[in-house]
Design a protein around this ligand. Structure first.
Ligand SMILES: Cc1ncc(COP(=O)(O)O)c(C=O)c1O
Length: 428
């Protein structure tokens, strides 16, 4: 059966301009145009409204169609594994029937607020604030992870009826963000933890793992599933009958990194899950980056330029100038992914001399350049060394694949606001 949103998207309104629907919130306009046109329209509006306050602020264009394409790709390659999403593009995915992996009371609240039932949520933070556990209990969000005995004592006190999922430690050495430094029970602790849960009369229902975010080796998923099978077997010997496997996140977002693709992960993960787990075991996943990375493109305005070697020591003009560009979103804003998510970002020219260049090569001389964010801190550097044509203040750069771990962790340091998001949907 088609959900309401699929119906809207497969049969777009005929007026073609844009439609209001509810993938993000009822008040958000969603265009149904190519993202290049959304950029162009906004930039045209800016140049015709010269000097309006904040008009040249950086902004994202988010393509919800890309989220949908990722969803249908998931459904075709991993049909047995139900995605439980990090709540960012919440309403769209809720309407597609996804579940949600929440890290805090606020994320649980956000998901409940869009009408998702408690049974479609897993509270997947192994170390939870006591009052948040109480909140989960009040809201009947019963499924939650743990990886230590102290957490079991807390859950016993605040939500003894919870359905517990044991998060195990797996090899995350091939991942950009190694979550195992912080979470995951090593295999040798499993028996003790399961015994503690039994002694406390708690209800453990399954196993979860996370191979690390930005995983570069599809075999990490296969190895982790093998470990999970081992834990299911240990649990069976202790009288448990586990019925839930949560294969976590770590799925690639944009197919640009070192040859890893979702197809390669699915080719390892799907068959090993089917081989090792009978069909009465429910299998879920917590994909974050996978759904959103490629859906968001960010554009920034060049607010300043310095020629770092404008004159030589003998006061002659430099023959080979090097440029420093200052743009209006940075490391403390959407580009925090450079630090927290170990990303390397690639600037492209969006608007130069009022010419719209989306998706085009600029056939001009390229110069050694660096790109800097707007704050007063020198750590706020987006590209230390890159090649760009000579650009002027007022021109625009854009960065693709900016949907994961960007705006959600942005600060407003030095008073710079978070970049706005314009939505479009290119699915049809
Ligand atoms: C518990 C949990 N689940 C899912 C995710 C999403 O991971 P990814 O974006 O690598 O798919 C994270 C990310 O940190 C996480 O901590």
């Amino acid at each position: 059966m088609r959900t309401e949103l699929e119906t809207i998207i497969i049969n777009p309104p005929s007026n073609g301009a844009f439609f209001k629907t509810a993938p993000t919130s009822p008040d958000v306009d969603v265009y149904n145009r190519p993202i290049s046109e959304v950029f162009q329209q906004r930039l045209d509006a800016i140049t015709s409204q010269k000097w309006e306050s904040d008009q040249e602020n950086a902004f994202f264009v988010a393509d919800l169609g890309e989220v949908l394409r990722q969803h249908f790709r998931w459904k075709s390659l991993l049909p047995r594994i139900e995605p439980f999403y990090d709540p960012m593009v919440v309403q769209l995915l809720a309407s597609l029937g996804c579940g949600f992996d929440c890290a805090s009371k606020q994320e649980i609240q956000q998901v409940l607020d869009v009408g998702v039932e408690a049974s479609r949520i897993i509270y997947a933070n192994p170390c939870k604030q006591a009052s948040f556990i109480r909140y989960a209990a009040q809201q009947n969000v019963s499924r939650m992870t743990f990886d230590n005995a102290e957490e079991l004592l807390k859950i016993k006190k605040y939500y003894p009826e919870a359905e517990l999922v044991l998060r195990i430690l797996t090899d995350d050495s091939m991942s950009l963000c190694q979550l195992g430094l912080k979470f995951g029970a090593p295999l040798h602790t499993v028996q003790h933890l399961l015994q503690t849960a039994k002694d406390l009369d708690l209800n453990v229902v399954g196993v979860s793992f996370h191979v690390g975010s930005g995983c570069l080796d599809e075999n990490a998923f296969g190895d982790a599933v093998l470990l999970a099978r081992n834990v299911f077997d240990q649990a069976k010997c202790m009288g448990y009958d586990f019925k839930l496997l949560d294969v976590g996140g770590g799925f690639p977002g944009a197919d640009v990194k070192d040859g890893i693709t979702f197809e390669k992960v699915a080719a390892v993960l799907g068959p090993i899950v089917d081989r090792l787990f009978p069909t009465d075991v429910r299998v879920i996943a917590e994909p974050g980056r996978y759904y959103v990375a490629s859906a968001f493109t960010l554009t920034t305005n060049i607010i300043g330029r310095r020629t770092s070697n404008a004159v030589t020591e003998s006061s002659e003009p430099a023959t080979n100038p090097e440029y420093m560009y200052y743009v209006n979103d940075g490391m403390y804003g959407s580009f925090n992914c450079i630090i927290f998510d170990h990303q390397v970002v690639h600037p492209k020219v969006l608007l130069k001399d009022e010419l719209f260049m989306f998706g085009q090569d600029v056939p001009e001389a390229q110069y050694e350049s660096s790109v800097w964010g707007p704050t007063c801190d020198s750590i706020d550097c987006l590209n230390k060394s890159t090649r760009l044509p000579k650009l002027e203040p007022g021109d625009w750069l854009y960065y693709e694949n900016m949907g994961a771990y960007t705006i959600c962790a942005a600060s407003q340091f030095n008073g710079f606001r978070k970049s706005e998001v314009l939505y479009t949907n290119t699915f049809c």
